[in-house]
Design a protein around this ligand. Structure first.
Ligand SMILES: Cc1cc2nc3c(=O)[nH]c(=O)nc-3n(C[C@H](O)[C@H](O)[C@H](O)COP(=O)(O)OP(=O)(O)OC[C@H]3O[C@@H](n4cnc5c(N)ncnc54)[C@H](O)[C@@H]3O)c2cc1C
Ligand code: SF4
Length: 507
């Protein structure tokens, strides 16, 4: 009577639903590293190394906790390369009478798990993933019949449900959202916190060596690898963030500075998404820091909103929108992703900074993803599916359920406004306000046309003009169209010609 419990690469949590209530004496945990998962998009080398090393460490921790773990490494001679192939081989080894697995995080893997009962002729239990605050049904009930699915209203429900920062049925401080106090530009500051770097141990070093040999053509560096790969180390980064960066997290959430990849961000998403950290525990710690008077409300509320608001909301959208969401392209954008996304080689300083640090650390913070690389792809008219595949490949925290709505929905407006109320398109002025990038750029952010003009300027107006039939009716786009209407024909022509010339040179 053996139960085979399959644990996927983003299910590295001791309290996982598939493990709950199981008899360690009659269960075998199966963990497999397979080529199909490492290559369906060309993942950043550090992302592959992080996930495989975290899996190997987690298998060790489960064994220490008394579980029997059958672990198949990527380089195992008989590894079939696919999850189904490895399940078939494991069934031969263990002759299980039942299979258990926690539900998948994406449509592709869900379809695979759904096929197991027929394929293997063994009863399969697929358990809900209870590491989220809202389950699928709750989100559907919330979304059904609403004209607009705005995060802010969903977030308020999650505040009530979790009782985080609540004073009875009212939000602490009298407001749900303190963003008006956030969004300040930052200055270079010698006291700026730096995330902890974890030197690779023997397991991680072996994984890195294997990744460098096996995935040599993938982008990214591993010699700057500093991710935590155990829950203990991830908790150290969590504590470090709470002590040093959280107090100013809100103030500088949207800021960008040359040579400063991390600023006051938490750098916790890879750990939360893989299961090493519990998002709700983290939010309770943040709340406790506020209650103890150690962090201001704008920081605590701002951070908690990212987790129980945005993170939960994008997951809800991902499953609610269905498996065809990935093909949506409301603005009909068809340009190929420019090569600079893979190399970081471009004269646009903001782009080279955001892409350069992505290649170095498999990390960029939200505003870099949204308002630099995302904004550029949007206003240049790049095919949103190609943009999605890039984001999925390059960030250590990227899994389709969280990456796709953020990229295709929020950043590329590919879903026509299901997620975002207006496109996040901007000219260079926004980047100049929120960063110091422009002062080291070969382009002039104040110029709108001509060879030295910041490309974001003409591209922004070209985007507005190009998508007029789809966007003019959007009330939140009223101001850009008012400004466009006021412009002299000659200026409009010059802007569009400048954009065309730039795009013709873009490879
Ligand atoms: C185009 C684009 C693609 C993105 N792809 C991903 C992705 O693949 N994986 C991912 O986890 N996040 C993604 N995000 C959201 C966000 O950029 C990252 O969560 C954040 O940058 C992670 O860094 P951090 O841990 O330092 O975050 P912090 O700024 O410290 O924020 C705290 C936490 O809040 C959560 N969070 C914040 N914003 C979001 C959001 N919009 N959606 C979901 N969670 C959020 C994360 O868990 C994060 O760790 C994307 C955003 C954009 C605009
Ligand atoms: S001038 Fe334009 S391209 Fe250069 S850094 Fe500023 S926004 Fe980016």
């Amino acid at each position: 009577m053996t139960t085979l419990i399959a644990i996927l690469g983003d299910q590295l949590s001791h309290g996982l639903s598939s493990l709950a209530g199981q008899d360690k004496g009659n269960a075998v945990i199966l963990m497999v590293e397979v080529d199909e998962e490492t290559t369906y998009v060309p993942h950043h080398k550090a992302k592959i190394a992080y996930i495989l090393s975290a899996m190997r460490h987690h298998a060790g921790a489960l064994r220490e906790a008394g579980w029997t773990v059958d672990y198949v490494k990527l380089e195992h001679a008989e590894n079939s390369g696919s999850f189904n192939g490895e399940m078939a081989r494991a069934i031969e080894r263990h002759s299980p009478t039942a299979i258990r697995v926690t539900e998948a995080g994406e449509w592709r893997v869900r379809a695979m798990l759904d096929s197991w009962a027929d394929r293997f002729d063994v009863p399969v239990s697929i358990l809900p993933d209870d590491r989220f605050l809202a389950n699928h049904e709750e989100f559907e009930i919330w979304a059904e019949g609403r004209k607009q699915l705005r995060m802010e209203f969903f977030y308020r429900d999650m505040r009530r449900k979790s009782n985080l920062l609540m004073d009875g049925d009212k939000p602490v401080g009298g407001k749900w959202n303190f963003d008006s106090e956030n969004r300040k530009p930052a200055k270079n500051d010698l006291m700026m916190p730096k995330p902890l770097l974890f030197a690779p141990d023997a397991i991680t070093a072996e994984v890195i060596e294997m990744v460098e040999a096996r995935f040599a053509s993938h982008l990214g560096r591993t010699d700057s690898f500093g991710f935590a790969v155990t829950r203990e180390d991830a908790l150290k980064q969590q504590a470090h963030f709470l002590d040093h960066a959280l107090p100013l997290f809100g103030d500088y959430q949207d800021a960008m500075l040359t040579g400063e990849p991390f600023l006051w961000h938490s750098i916790l998403s890879p750990y939360i998404n893989a299961g090493l950290l519990d998002p709700l525990d983290l939010c309770r710690e943040v709340e406790a820091r506020y209650n103890d008077g150690k962090v201001p409300l704008n920081a605590a509320e701002g951070f908690i909103r990212q987790i129980i608001g945005w993170r939960e909301y994008v997951r809800g959208i991902y499953w609610f929108a269905g498996p065809d969401y990935v093909d949506r392209n409301e603005l009909g954008a068809t340009r190929d992703l420019p090569s600079c996304y893979w190399t970081g080689e471009t004269d646009m300083h903001c782009m080279s900074q955001a892409i350069g640090q992505t290649l170095d650390y498999a990390y960029a913070h939200h505003i870099q993803r949204l308002m630099i690389t995302g904004n550029f792809a949007l206003i240049a008219g790049v095919d949103p599916k190609q943009v999605h595949e890039w984001y999925l490949a390059v960030y250590a925290d990227a899994y389709e359920w969280v990456e796709l709505p953020n990229t295709l929905g929020m950043s590329q407006f590919g879903d026509g406004g299901m997620l975002a109320s207006k496109p996040y398109a901007s000219s260079g002025a926004y980047i100049n306000r929120m960063s110091n990038y422009c002062s080291s750029c070969r382009y002039d952010v104040k110029q709108r046309t001509g060879p030295d003009a910041c490309p974001f300027n003409a591209l922004y107006w070209d985007f507005v003009a190009r998508n007029e039939s789809k966007l003019r009716g959007n009330v939140r786009m009223a101001m850009p169209y008012k400004n466009w209407d006021r412009m002299a024909q000659e200026d409009k022509r010059a802007l569009r010609a400048s954009a065309r010339q730039f795009l013709e040179r873009l490879d």
